[in-house]
Design a protein around this ligand. Structure first.
Ligand code: HEC
Length: 134
């Protein structure tokens, strides 16, 4: 009798566990996953980009054009927009248009090294490809 009781406790416990798991599962919006950033790229972005390009940035124009928070999170920009933003990131860095020249004059320590530029460009292009860019 005791055994039956313990077993039924276990079974109902398991059932409750799987029910809460089910309930806690986020609603799948568009089958997107969060995007992983290699450590060296993250360091470069934090040094030279995210102060203007995240949701909390005071640079209204910068954050409206590009928020890394929305770019990297599963429920951020829709995939086609993510792809376009990754291509723009690669282009802007390649052309030395970002970070902006005026900003670099005041903050020369925020300039990207050539190694950092290559790392950002390679990463952004590979993420764009994963999202369907040719
Ligand atoms: C001092 C603030 C600032 C920093 C730092 C900065 N940006 Fe920007 N960025 C802006 C602003 C402002 C715009 C909008 C420019 C415009 O529309 O003329 C912009 C535009 C862009 C765009 C174009 C987005 C679009 O949809 O047109 C990209 C891509 C971009 N930045 C990437 C970067 C990257 C990558 C870095 C770091 C290497 C960076 N930015 C650093 C302020 C900044």
């Amino acid at each position: 009798m005791k055994k039956v009781f313990i077993i039924s406790l276990l079974v109902s416990g398991l059932a409750m566990l799987s029910f809460t798991n089910y309930k806690n599962k986020p609603i799948e919006q568009s089958n997107q996953a969060a995007i992983q950033v290699p450590a060296n790229v993250q360091v470069a972005l934090d040094k030279s980009c995210t102060m203007c390009h995240n949701d909390a940035s005071k640079n209204l124009k910068g954050k409206t054009k590009l928020s890394f928070d929305k770019l990297l999170s599963a429920d951020g920009y829709p995939s086609p927009k993510k792809m376009a933003k990754f291509l723009e990131i690669a282009d802007e860095v390649k052309n030395n248009s970002m970070p902006p020249k005026g900003f670099l004059e005041k903050n020369p320590d925020k300039a990207l090294t050539e190694t950092e530029k290559s790392a950002i460009i390679a990463w952004a292009q590979s993420e764009a490809k994963k999202l369907g860019a040719k």
